[in-house]
Design a protein around this ligand. Structure first.
Ligand code: BES
Ligand code: MN
Ligand code: ZN
Length: 483
């Protein structure tokens, strides 16, 4: 695991094997002064975002100078910093180096703390890989990644520490989501939640099948009925906010979604191990909340279950009386996520929450609408929606508002029960949101992460598979609530 620290060039013994500098478009390495001592030119390097050039020098701070493009100065952002840091860290790994450094860029109107935090996140997440099931792992690891800065060194150090904690939360979310469903069972998630609770002194309650029945969590009990890996309802509480009303985070954790009796086509079904990414992100956020010891009350609710066909599986046409008392008619057993979330949302009422944010790989329709470039964002409170959107923008885990018009609620009106669990194809992400809205009677926002929680190809700081989205968004949202 890489260690990230802040240092100045003058620190004794500072001799990284690679020194990376981020350059704006049009900037020349000669603008770098001593950092590029002995460099004749950057060659064909143009400074486009993501562009790199590796130079070997005789006199600079390190034998290797890596130029990393930041793009247009006017368009720079913390996201560009994350990517540049990830690019540098990955190059150091490819070169099998142990120690690398990045000169922290200066961003207009941005504190060094924030730049350092973004760089630390980028470097740590960029170096992430999931190889624990490979016998011959490609096991070279970069041990230390320095963020180099001359003024505001203390601030940069704090930012780096914060970035490491946030990235560790996101890493946990990725690890949990990448695990196959024969490893990441509901009980496994409960055990990982136990680990977090013990590490940070949080309160943990785990309901097993009997406890779920007793609590009247019908949606979760019903979806989990035919699975031999029993369902769990995980309640993890961080109580550091005195008497203030808590924020409740809810994450869908269907550890494998076969669709149940309304079974999915087999092609691509392996990706349904990622259907617990919402729960993974909520646990990842709690890991970061604990590490940062945020002065807040935060409650995590993770309904965890498999969705499988079986002799006692629930069936289309069944009617459920939910935890809230509302009745739901099952149109398709593949719309299972909203059933377990609905119970968690009505369970959340007892906390008198100041806000509830749920995240779930909920609908294929959301993937059609927004692709992998933004999570769908819905809710019943404009201010909360704006707050969540801002947190997404700040972290590069973008979320985009979608409407919950009354007509979407009408679309899920029930024939034999109060509501039905599918409104058909049209507006699939919105009718799912409208369904959840029926169970939320406090400020509430919903993130549909079906397109963003995992991907077929990586990017500067994500790999193929789980992305950890929206862990960093949730943490940023919570940090915002401490101010
Ligand atoms: N887990 C899926 C949603 C999903 C689809 C996530 C694709 C990631 C990629 C969810 O449980 C589901 O099956 N949703 C159905 C709902 C429909 C039957 C009303 C869907 O989106 O097709
Ligand atoms: Mn489903
Ligand atoms: Zn699902």
């Amino acid at each position: 695991m890489v260690m990230i620290g802040a240092t100045s060039r003058a620190t004794e013994g500072f001799a990284p094997e690679l020194f990376a500098v981020a350059l704006y478009k049009g900037e020349s390495p000669r603008d770098l002064g001593d950092d590029a001592a002995g460099v004749v030119s950057g060659g064909d390097f143009g400074g486009k975002a993501g562009e790199t050039a590796l130079l070997y020098t005789r006199r600079g701070p390190a034998p290797r100078l890596l130029l990393v493009g930041l793009g247009e100065r006017d368009l720079v952002s913390l996201e560009k910093v994350r990517r540049a840091a990830a690019t540098a860290a990955r190059r150091a790994r490819t070169l099998k180096l142990r120690e690398a450094a990045l000169s922290l860029p200066i961003l207009p109107d941005t504190a060094a703390r924030e730049v350092a935090r973004a760089a630390a996140e980028g470097a740590k997440l960029g170096l992430y890989r999931f190889d624990r099931h490979k016998s011959a792992a490609n096991n070279h690891e970069v041990e230390t990644f320095w963020l180099v800065c001359e003024d505001a060194l203390e601030e940069a150090g704090e930012g780096a520490g914060m970035g490491e904690k946030v990235a560790a939360g996101s890493t946990l979310a990725r690890d949990l989501a990448n695990e196959p469903s024969n490893v990441a069972t509901p009980e496994y998630l409960a055990q990982r939640a136990r680990g977090i609770s013990e590490k940070y002194g949080m309160q943990l309650q785990v309901l097993d099948r009997a406890g779920i029945d007793e609590e009247g969590l019908t949606g979760l009990a019903t979806v989990g009925r035919s699975a031999s890996n029993e369902p769990r309802f995980i309640v993890l509480e961080h109580r550091k906010g005195g008497e203030s009303a808590p924020v409740v985070l809810v994450g869908k954790a269907v550890t494998f979604d076969s669709g149940g009796i309304s079974i999915k086509p087999s092609s691509g079904m392996e990706d349904m191990k990622f259907d617990m990414s919402g729960g993974a992100a909520v646990l990842g956020a709690m890991e970061a909340v604990g590490a940062m010891d945020l002065p807040l009350n935060v409650v995590a609710l993770v309904p965890a279950t498999e969705n499988l066909p079986g002799g006692d599986a629930f069936k289309p046409g069944d009617v459920l009386k939910m935890h809230s008392g509302k009745t739901v008619e099952i149109v398709t057993t593949d719309a299972e996520g909203r059933l377990i979330l609905a119970d968690a949302l009505s369970y959340a009422r007892r906390y008198g929450p100041s806000a509830v944010v749920d995240c779930a790989t909920l609908t294929g329709a959301c993937v059609v609408a927004l692709g992998s470039h933004a999570s769908g964002l819905m809710g019943n409170d404009e201010d909360l929606i704006a707050e969540v959107q801002t947190a997404g923008e700040a972290t590069g885990e973008r979320a985009w508002p979608l409407p919950l018009f009354d007509e979407y609620t009408e679309q899920i009106g029930g024939d034999t029960a109060d509501i039905k669990n599918s409104g058909g194809r049209g507006g699939g992400a919105l009718t799912a949101g409208a369904f959840l809205k029926e169970f939320a009677d406090y400020p509430w926002a919903h993130l549909d992460i079906a397109g963003t929680a995992y991907g077929k190809k990586g990017s500067a700081y994500t790999t193929k598979g789980a992305t950890g989205v929206p862990t960093r968004l949730l943490v940023e949202f919570l940090i915002g609530r401490t101010r």
